[in-house]
Design a protein around this ligand. Structure first.
Ligand SMILES: *Cc1c(COP(=O)(O)O)cnc(C)c1O
Length: 385
């Protein structure tokens, strides 16, 4: 098993982060004492080490301790969880929100509760692994439609409308950075009386005039997208996830979702940090503007330098290189130049589509992005020869 992974250049290796350079920057110190600029994290707004989040976390842990001690339905559900759920419901414009320990578990919950044996689920070919695992666990059959192809989804739904109970997609695709055709998918779902589940892990906090994500970009509401999944460990800089929807949907999840019921509630200090993040994300709108400026700068300069770009307008900017070996070599070469851009290889992306997944953050400087583009142009030129 392991030797096969080695031979295919598919063995994953972890790099230990030892610490960070100055506060508010993207510099990290990794094992061996090297300093790298991080272009791989999902901390889009630069909130993970924001003083307001850290203060909220310490203040809460001093008051309430480090752990929740039990699951939500036993004795682990605390005031910070309850307040965060109310604030997430308001933020997303839904009746209720339900907090989960992480996005993986939130997606397992949604899929297993809303789909089951004898039913059929439609998934985007490139949707997140947790949505696929959720359907597998649900016992429902599933079909994957061509990536971001709303016509293909509609055709599949029309083929077996009686059994198609749910359509699920990422809002922003995690490895490609492009957006799902949500308005068209919403129409198809509604026409067939199917649930539309949108996992907007990479859109919330980042996209839309007020950071409400891919749905805000398209002007869609709770009628169009009845089930919204969001994560809190990306743009919001902390940890956890939520499902937002109608009061009835949330009540059903509380009663039925095994990945909600049979796990310890996430620590209240984490919820407190997330509450602080929601405030900062809304009051410091400049972070979103800065992020879109940097994204535009990256795309403009990289295109001019001959770096092969993907059609993404979000802070996820993949540079597809093809083979796992080429992507790994490029990662190592960038690392020697002080840049941390992790190679993403199969099975996370399709075979032959290994890539450097560049992610930008509001905390990057112009000159860091310019240096990244210079170095990418160098490694892409040598990968092509
Ligand atoms: C990261 C991610 C998840 C998982 O969220 P975690 O909180 O990290 O478990 C789910 N869906 C998508 C699209 C993601 O990118």
């Amino acid at each position: 098993m392991l030797s096969q992974l080695d031979a295919a250049q598919l063995r994953r290796q972890r790099t230990t982060v030892e610490g960070f350079s100055a506060a508010g920057t993207r510099g990290v110190r990794v094992a061996g004492g090297r300093e790298l600029i991080d272009f791989s994290s999902n901390d889009y707004l630069g909130l993970a080490r924001h003083p307001a989040l850290c203060a909220a976390m310490s203040e809460c842990s001093a008051r309430l301790g480090a752990g929740s001690g039990a699951s939500h339905l036993v004795s682990g559900h605390g005031r910070e969880h309850a307040l965060l759920e109310e604030e997430l419901a308001v933020f997303t414009g839904r009746e209720r929100a339900l907090l989960f320990s992480c996005g993986y578990l939130a997606n397992l919950a949604v899929m297993t509760v809303l789909a089951g044996r004898g039913e059929r689920v439609l998934l985007d070919r490139l949707c997140h692994a947790s949505l696929i695992d959720g359907v597998r666990l649900s016992g429902a059959a599933f079909r994957r439609y061509a990536h971001a192809d709303a016509h293909a989804a509609a055709a599949l739904a029309a083929k077996d409308p009686a059994h198609t109970c749910l359509i699920a997609t990422d809002g922003v695709f995690s490895m490609d950075g492009d957006l799902a055709p949500l308005p068209q998918l919403a129409r198809t779902a509604r026409a067939h009386g199917a649930w539309l589940v949108v996992d907007d892990a990479h859109g919330l906090g980042v996209l839309g005039a007020t950071g409400r994500g891919a749905l805000e970009t398209f002007g869609l509401d709770a009628e169009d997208v009845p089930v919204l999944v969001g994560t809190l460990g990306k743009a919001f800089g902390s940890f956890g996830a939520f499902v937002a929807g109608s009061a009835a949907l949330i009540e059903l999840l509380i009663q039925k979702a095994r990945s909600y019921i049979y796990t310890t509630a996430l620590p209240q200090p984490v919820a407190a940090a997330t509450r602080a993040a929601l405030k900062v994300a809304q009051s410091e709108g400049w972070r979103r503007e800065r992020l879109s400026e940097l994204t535009a700068r990256f795309r403009r300069t990289a295109a001019a330098a001959g770096v092969p770009l993907s059609p993404s307008t979000t802070p996820i900017q993949p540079v597809v290189l093809g083979s796992a070996a080429a992507a790994l070599a490029a990662q190592r070469s960038l690392e020697t130049a002080g840049l941390w851009v992790v190679a993403i290889r199969p099975p996370t992306v399709p075979p032959g589509a290994a890539r450097l997944r560049v992610t930008l953050s509001a905390a990057h400087t112009d000159s860091e992005v310019d240096e990244l583009v210079r170095q990418l142009a160098r490694v892409c030129a040598s990968a092509a020869t």
